[in-house]
Ligand binder design. Structure first.
Ligand SMILES: [Zn+2]
Length: 119
């Protein structure tokens, strides 16, 4: 499964009302100034660093899904890692549970907790 098809699957399953005209683009780069992913609302681009999905202990695809959900939640929420973004992430986690992807539901919650604890 390539990154583009994971992106399409995440859009369809988790953000069905977002970007219905397919205006947003997914861009894969070799370097993103130290970050692993980003979301630019102005250019409607989600950027991932190649191999950003490798994360110790996690299967590659599951972590890639978390990164995509993280970035698309920025596209659909105002602010940064604040209330609206957290709500989007929590909704995605509930959706994962509903679909039966318990591992992804857990990883999304972990991702949110990482940002809540940083404050
Ligand atoms: Zn973020």
């Amino acid at each position: 499964m390539d990154v583009e098809s994971v992106y399409i699957q995440i859009k369809r399953d988790y953000f069905p009302r977002w970007d219905s005209n397919n205006e947003w683009k997914l861009r894969i780069v070799d370097d993103l100034y130290g970050a692993q992913s980003g979301c630019n609302a102005e250019s409607k681009t989600i950027t991932l660093v190649r191999d950003c999905s490798i994360h110790p202990g996690d299967p590659k695809i599951a972590h890639l899904k978390v990164i995509l959900i993280h970035e698309i939640s920025h596209a659909t929420a105002r602010g940064f890692h604040e209330a609206e973004w957290i709500t989007e992430m929590e909704k995605a986690s509930e959706k994962a549970e509903y679909i039966g992807d318990m591992e992804l539901a857990r990883l999304i919650k972990e991702e949110v907790n990482r940002y809540i604890m940083r404050k």
